[in-house]
Design a protein around this ligand. Sequence first.
Ligand code: ADP
Ligand code: MG
Length: 344
Amino acid sequence: MYLTVRDATKTYGTFTALDRVSIEIEKGEFVCLLGPSGCGKTTLLRLIAGLTDLDGGEITLEGATLSDLPTRKRGFGIVFQSYSLFPNMTVAENIGYGLKIRGAPKDEVATRVKELLALVKLPQVADNLPGQLSGGQQQRIALARAIAVDPRVLLLDEPLSALDAKVRATLRDEIRQVQRSLGIPTLMVTHDQEEALALADKIICMNHGVVVQAGTPEDLYHRPATRFVAEFMGISNLLPASEIEQHFPDLLTTRPSSDEPYLACIRPEQIGVTPAKDGTATVRSISFLGNLRRLEVDSPAGPLLVETHGGNACRAGDRVNLSIEPQACTWVIDDAAQPETAPA
Ligand code: ADP
Ligand code: MG
């Protein structure tokens, strides 16, 4: 393992921001740290960068502890959410800054800056000041500055969140391309599950200062471990076992044998809809979403969301039958379930 965080704990007064968090990043891997605002993502990134001290646990790079290494000696490249370029330096000076303070010769810096500007597709802006660039361009320069020094790890804290949707999507793909071509192990913080799904080799999903699940995008989307992950990764139908037993008994075959409170998680695109005069469910509403249609259906098991790619010609008010393949159902632990209160 290249970078490891083991049992990292961070408290602010009586508040525990991170509770024994462990993560691993392999060489060349793109890892997304995903979770809602306030769950501890930035805190974890800052601990790895050495900008905040650990209260417990350990961080190692290639087997060596980073505990006593100050930020500038860790050799990491960092990009933050808001544009953190030096406003009074030109783009070229910003990108070359790290190399210059390391004592690299002038012409070497100039060559490298030119290379990096080409890499982030902004060859013309070397002499501009950051303020003369758009938000997306500034983040490209921030990325170029972070990779200028051949960082051992690239740390990105919501680098796209201040940009509008179109720029965000383009830059997202470019970050991935640059990361792939250079093979820099990268940890990117985001609260946007779509971004994480599109970018990551591995997603680490956090909530309330703990890691809830880590795995490939496919794992988290198709095999969420808990209700929180299922809901965070996108729209889900979550049904208690009692409803499944009554209305979709075929699905029970996949249910884990354990006493924990499980819910059946069924993705909207995995429910088949067939119009039928004597159908057991009713289409309540339909929204057209371009490449697909989302149906709200009143079923005997309760309201369900269904997504179809054209095909059937249902209308609101139609009776339909629903079908769900057993393998389309994932059982997740209901981590929002109230624990049973012990008698006093
Ligand atoms: P995220 O990046 O996931 O939105 P943060 O890591 O920034 O979350 O913050 C996690 C929690 O720790 C939040 O509740 C935040 O208020 C708290 N926190 C972060 N930094 C400090 C600090 N310096 N002092 C006190 N509380 C902090
Ligand atoms: Mg944050």
